[in-house]
Design a protein around this ligand. Structure first.
Ligand SMILES: Cc1ncc(COP(=O)(O)O)c(C=O)c1O
Length: 393
């Protein structure tokens, strides 16, 4: 079967980034890449901070943070007064888990597509409180209807205190029908925490349309913000119960300031985040989304063809904007997380290509992303060289 055409490149986009030109950067998903203009915006803020630290921290910083939060929340379709800036999705998840007041006998329900660090956070909160963690297995190929059905059947009303689901999964690059899941959970009186680490910038779905009790997403992946920028949106009935991980001077101000103000930190990543949105908007938000998703799909097909994987065996991410794609690796490769990490490093070193290698349920997967700085020939080069590298076990 023929491979689809790659999208038209976005002229000049690569020059917006300081990425090493000797490397193909095909894993935007893990840590993002910050455009040069955004790096400069943050540096200007740091210069301002270092010119007069006392003034920077004591005169107007809380208001500047609030102003930034309103801007970012507006872009994401979240309630600006019901959202808080946090450093990353991991922090947002921890804030929510420790605010739930879990008790012995309660249950935290999640799925086997969840992010590893989030699973560890759930386990720790369960150990701390005596609650139990239950993980629902969901087949990779489950349709939206099947997925909602599995979750509906897995809820234990009265016991399940929170359901944690991803909007777009990391290990399996699968879009979950979060609004439908929230609807089912609500019917059963179960609050939902959506891990939306990859959503901001990539997906057009608004936070409000999902309607979750808690939603947290990173702006430092697909929205070009400096690292350390995430938004935690909280439904009105929970806001008074949300406690920060660290108590500081805004504790008595309530949500969201008490969560945002975390003592003497470098807040410049948040303040520079609107420059990331400016970059995205300048390139054209819809154009970037369409480009990235089409390029990831193209990369998936050329690499899969080279590995002899038929199109029917390629996981469908479940939505037209998804810019992460999986390719199954030959059986036995990357069967464990350690083996996946080692293979990822080997591909990086030997092929000058940064990719994600995932181990999920005992099976290895290559995860490729598309970004405005990528071109079709980067995936083609990987496709030519990868089979030989994988053959050297
Ligand atoms: C689904 C998912 N959740 C959570 C995270 C954690 O994000 P962070 O390291 O920014 O906290 C990631 C990071 O890739 C992710 O993919």
């Amino acid at each position: 079967m023929s491979v689809p055409q790659p999208p038209e490149p976005i002229p000049g986009a690569r020059l917006l980034f300081s990425l090493d030109p000797a490397v193909s950067h095909l894993n935007h998903g893990s840590f993002g890449a910050v455009p040069i203009g955004v790096q400069r915006a943050q540096q200007r803020l740091r210069d301002e901070m270092e010119a007069n630290p006392l003034r920077f921290f004591t005169q107007g910083l809380v208001d500047r943070i609030a102003h930034t939060r309103r801007h970012l929340a507006g872009f994401l379709g979240a309630d600006p007064d019901g959202s808080a800036l946090v450093g990353n999705t991991t922090t947002g998840v921890a804030v929510v888990l420790q605010s739930l007041g879990l008790q012995s006998g309660d249950e935290v329900l999640s799925t086997d597509h969840g992010y590893g660090a989030v699973s560890l956070a759930i386990q720790r909160e369960c150990r701390r409180t005596g609650a139990v963690s239950r993980v629902l297995p969901i087949p990779l190929a489950a349709s939206d209807e099947q997925l909602v059905q599995i979750i509906r059947a897995g809820l234990r009303p009265g016991r399940t205190r929170v359901l944690v689901v991803d909007q777009l999964t990391s290990a399996t690059a699968k879009l979950f029908p979060t609004a439908a899941i929230v609807g089912v959970a609500r019917e059963h009186g179960v609050p939902v925490l959506v891990d939306a680490a990859h959503a901001p910038g990539m997906l057009s779905t608004t936070v409000a349309s999902i309607g979750a009790d808690f939603w947290v997403g990173n702006l430092h992946k697909w929205a070009y913000a400096p690292r350390g920028t995430a938004l935690l949106a909280v439904a009105p009935q929970w806001r008074d119960r949300i406690e920060p991980l660290v108590v500081s001077w805004e504790q008595e101000s309530g949500f969201p300031a008490r969560v945002e103000w975390q003592a003497t930190l470098d807040y410049t990543s948040w303040l520079a985040a609107p420059a990331g949105l400016f970059t995205l908007r300048s390139l054209g938000v819809d154009r970037v989304r369409a480009h990235n998703a089409a390029l990831a799909a193209y990369g998936q097909r050329v690499v899969a063809d080279a590995l002899g994987v038929p199109p029917a065996q390629l996981p469908d991410p479940g939505g037209p904007e998804v810019s992460l794609r999986l390719i199954p690796l030959p059986a036995g490769l990357a069967a464990t997380i350690d083996a996946a990490r080692a293979l990822q490093a080997r591909i990086g070193e030997r092929l000058a290509a940064e990719v994600a290698v995932m181990s999920w349920n005992g099976r290895g997967w290559l995860r490729l992303t598309g970004q405005v700085y990528n071109t079709a020939d980067e995936y083609e080069r990987l496709a030519v060289r990868l089979p030989a590298l994988l053959a050297q076990r």
